[in-house]
Design a protein around this ligand. Structure first.
Ligand code: MRU
Length: 360
């Protein structure tokens, strides 16, 4: 959406006609600066280097990455353009392995290119740009619907106000806008239903401490940041009414990959009888992956564990390992809140109905 205003309260990305501006999420909350991508390679690097992160935001960025590939191609021959587009899609798909929205968006772009192969190069380019804009605009709409559906789910819990725990950042920054898990929280707050939000700091990348808190602060929603070893304490004190998190990939049986640490929360929530909700668009469901066991988990740089905000806390001679995601079992998930409504167990059935386009 080229005309998006950088002064909006949270702007994750803004299309500028021949460039994509991304807020540099590595620098938040201390600096609000934008990185400009003018090539598919720059968009791919921005995803890989975590300038932009969060499953839906990665998908939208990848779609614009293909648009940049179409614009940067200088030749006039169609064959060369199509080859360049195919190479750029390959490049973009190699950036991060777990979030399925990346592959979903690239598949969509690939299909559009294949369906347009009889058009002139300029027409193909225009179609690609409009498709990327459409993916962006729809993402925001979908997130608002997730928020509405989340409100309905929470109202059924019949409480006056909620203390909600969230992990990582599934907010506007992780999407084209509004957010999924934070979208639900935003909507509840609009209805004056939020008592407070407990924000897990989310080691090692600190998406909770740096990004979720930044968004909640801007929205004036009550919150406090806790470290990742504190949720059991607050749950045991009765200070958590519900957990709501986003997702990077949901298998056909409901198993859900999300930021490392989510698995522990889902087990704890079950133990303490606290509803555990996943909020995600249907594009995060990987209908071709049967169970969570076959979801590829990204292993990230050791430096993210060794250093906190650039300061070394574990010496180089000590071994560390850094899996970026884990998989929560479907049996520990109370509901998956999508734009098509909440999905309830048995997920094999409710997810299949979504796939077939029917009612749950
Ligand atoms: O490594 P990240 O920051 O990309 O991980 C992000 C998450 O795990 C989010 O919870 C998920 O992508 C959902 S975002 C709406």
């Amino acid at each position: 959406m080229g005309d998006r205003n950088l002064e909006d309260s949270v702007t994750t990305l803004a299309w500028g006609g021949d460039n994509l501006k991304l807020i540099d999420q590595r620098k938040l909350p201390f600096e609000e600066v934008f990185v400009e991508c003018r090539t598919a390679l720059e968009a791919a690097s921005a995803i890989k280097d975590m300038v932009v992160r969060g499953a839906p935001a990665i998908g939208v960025t990848a779609a614009y990455g293909v648009a940049l590939a179409a614009i940067e191609y200088r030749g006039s021959d169609k064959k060369g353009l199509l080859e360049h587009l195919a190479n750029s899609i390959k490049l973009l798909s190699g950036t991060r392995p777990t979030a399925v929205n990346l592959f979903w968006a690239l598949k969509k772009m690939d299909k559009l290119i294949k369906d347009s192969k009889d058009l002139k190069p300029g027409q193909i380019r225009d179609k690609i740009i409009s498709e990327a804009k459409k993916i962006e605009i729809e993402d925001i709409k979908i997130n608002k619907m997730i928020g509405q559906n989340g409100l309905k789910v929470f109202l059924k819990l019949k409480k006056e106000k909620f203390s909600i725990l969230t992990h990582c950042n599934a907010g506007a920054l992780a999407t084209a806008g509004y957010g999924t898990a934070l979208g639900v929280i935003r909507k509840l707050n609009e209805e004056n239903l939020v008592k407070k939000v407990l924000v897990d700091e989310t080691r090692p990348y600190l998406q909770g401490a740096r990004l979720t808190s930044w968004e909640l602060q801007k929205e004036k929603i009550n919150f406090f940041v806790i470290t990742d070893n504190m949720p059991a304490y607050f749950m045991s004190k009765g200070e958590v009414d519900a957990v709501v998190v986003g997702a990077d990939r949901i298998a056909a049986n409901g198993d859900t990959a999300n930021k490392i640490g989510t698995l522990g929360l889902s087990i704890l929530a079950k133990k303490f009888g606290i509803p555990f909700f996943v909020a995600a668009p249907v594009s995060t469901i990987d209908f071709d992956t049967k169970t969570g066991e076959s979801i590829e988990i990204e292993i990230r740089s050791e430096d993210e564990i060794r250093k906190v905000m650039g300061r070394q806390i574990v010496p180089d001679y000590m071994d560390v390992i850094n899996p970026a995601f884990d998989v929560s079992k479907a049996s520990n998930i109370t509901a998956i809140i999508t734009e098509k409504g909440p999905l309830y167990p048995p997920y094999i059935k409710s997810i299949r109905k979504v796939k077939d386009g029917g009612r749950r």
